[in-house]
Design a protein around this ligand. Structure first.
Ligand SMILES: NC(=O)c1ccc[n+]([C@@H]2O[C@H](COP(=O)([O-])OP(=O)(O)OC[C@H]3O[C@@H](n4cnc5c(N)ncnc54)[C@H](O)[C@@H]3O)[C@@H](O)[C@H]2O)c1
Length: 439
């Protein structure tokens, strides 16, 4: 059993705190956001994440997990502290380390005993050096403060499963004692553990996200070419997936990547490259292709619907992907905004992200309680986020309630054949209607 503090109770921090408490550690998580801590202390999650709530309640009830707003209180007598604060994109596309700096300063000030400071936030190469310098400056040498990088690879929507059963654990440190302590903490997890020096650990996280983003942009560029030549991109992807060097994972055409990680991390890696006089031609192209997907979608909708300011659209899905309420850099929100600037009237629905979306889109759209209400009387319907329950809607009912049956399946999530048979004018991403074969 270890005594652990977790700085930040967002998607990464709260999942880390709950899972480490579940392994039998004594965990205190703290956050500067008083509303968030009050919510958690009242037994409610501050965001949507499947499987997290029951574990949170168990750990709070058995006393292994507590929450505070005071760093001093949370850090007292701890062996390990995880930093899980945000690292948003800065004005130059770089990573903004304001929250990390602040967190480290507080840790150095309030640590009451020797402490291992572990950075879980996604940060540019050399941040571990910065953390060590800040600890030295503000810690006054009163205690031994060790440093490690431990990038997190969890995905929102499957965060608990990902934390409990990761594909690998990366520990970046030059300190043998720090590596041993972290290995011991993670001993209940059955996963390969890679101990590397801190710069490499930081680079592994950026490399992973940049590669995933590259796959998405590659597939999107491919789908644009397929669209132009009348090829079916789903079948093309199936055809190449048989080659095990290529595979089938993370190869979904659509509106592009979003969320709080991929866009900012690719941008930050490109910034790191430029800072070292390397032109990141590929990373720039990945971001560029991604940006263009929204404009392509708007053109496709406009070309088929006509003037957007005289019709009503239903937009299903607002979160950046299913099973989360996170709308940061959501392609669905970007699409809504782009359509609104073209005069569209939108009735929107999302199973979890309505509150978060309202904070961005405000009164510019109408929020509907069900997808059926959103579709009622609409001239066109867009599936922007492929939530599972949209696949199993009563699509006949949807069709019957719409004024016109234009359906834009922007994630190729639906059964095109079935929907065309129901009467929809179906548009997928490079999913051409089968040619009529005449004898
Ligand atoms: N969200 C993901 O899926 C994911 C996955 C892997 C890695 N990451 C990385 O993990 C980091 C955190 O991401 P997130 O999505 O959990 O962020 P988040 O914005 O959901 O949460 C960050 C939390 O930190 C708190 N905070 C900021 N400064 C603080 C301080 N000084 N003391 C205490 N609390 C403080 C904020 O109030 C907020 O609640 C980022 O670097 C991100 O890139 C995120």
């Amino acid at each position: 059993m270890h005594t652990v503090a977790v700085c930040g109770t967002g998607y990464v921090g709260l999942v880390t705190a709950v899972c480490l408490a579940r392994f039998g550690n004594d965990v205190i998580a703290y956050d500067t956001d008083h509303t968030k801590i009050a919510m958690i202390n009242a037994g409610r999650l501050p965001f949507h994440e499947p499987a997290l709530a029951p574990m949170l309640h168990t750990c709070v009830s058995n006393g292994s997990l507590r929450f505070h707003t005071s760093a001093a209180h949370a850090l007292a007598g701890r062996e390990i502290v995880f930093i899980a604060v945000g690292t948003p994109v800065g004005p130059l596309g770089d990573a903004d380390l304001t929250y990390v700096r602040q967190a480290v300063k507080e840790i150095a000030t309030y640590a009451s005993s020797d402490l291992l400071v572990v950075n879980k936030s996604t940060v540019p190469v050399e941040t571990a050096d910065l953390v060590a310098r800040l600890l030295e400056r503000y810690g006054n040498g009163r205690r031994r403060l060790m440093v490690a990088s431990n990038p997190e690879f969890l995905r929102e929507g499957t965060a608990v499963e990902d934390f409990m059963h990761p594909e690998r654990i990366v520990i970046g440190t030059d300190d043998d004692a720090a590596a041993a302590l972290l290995k011991n903490l993670y001993a209940p997890i059955d996963a390969p553990v890679l101990v590397v020096e801190p710069h490499t650990a930081e680079m592994i996280k950026y490399a992973a996200n940049a590669f995933l983003a590259t796959k998405v942009s590659f597939v999107n560029e491919l789908s644009n070419i397929c669209d132009a030549v009348g090829a079916n991109v789903d079948d093309v992807l199936t055809g190449i997936a048989y080659d095990r060097r290529i595979g089938k994972h993370y190869m979904q055409p659509g509106l592009g990547f979003g969320g709080s990680c991929l866009p900012k991390d690719v941008s930050a890696l490109a910034h790191v490259a430029r800072a070292h006089a390397i032109e990141p031609a590929m990373l720039d192209a990945v971001l560029d292709v991604n940006r263009r997907q929204i404009a392509r979608a708007v053109s496709a909708i406009e070309a088929n619907v006509g003037d957007l300011d005289v019709s009503t659209g239903a937009l299903l899905g607002l979160s950046f992907k299913p099973d989360t309420d996170d709308v940061r850099e959501s392609p669905a929100i970007a699409l809504a905004r782009a359509l609104l600037t073209r005069g569209a009237t939108l009735r929107v629905h999302d199973p979890a992200a309505m509150t978060a979306a309202r904070a961005i889109l405000r009164d510019a759209v109408t929020y509907m309680k069900t997808p059926y209400e959103a579709a009622q009387g609409a001239h066109y319907l867009i599936v922007a986020t492929p939530w599972e329950n949209y696949r199993s809607l009563d699509w006949r009912r949807v069709y019957d309630s719409m004024q016109r049956g234009n359906l834009f399946d922007m994630r190729n999530a639906l059964d095109a054949i079935n929907l065309r048979q129901l009467g929809f004018t179906y548009y997928g991403v490079a999913r051409p209607a089968p040619a009529k074969i005449t004898a």
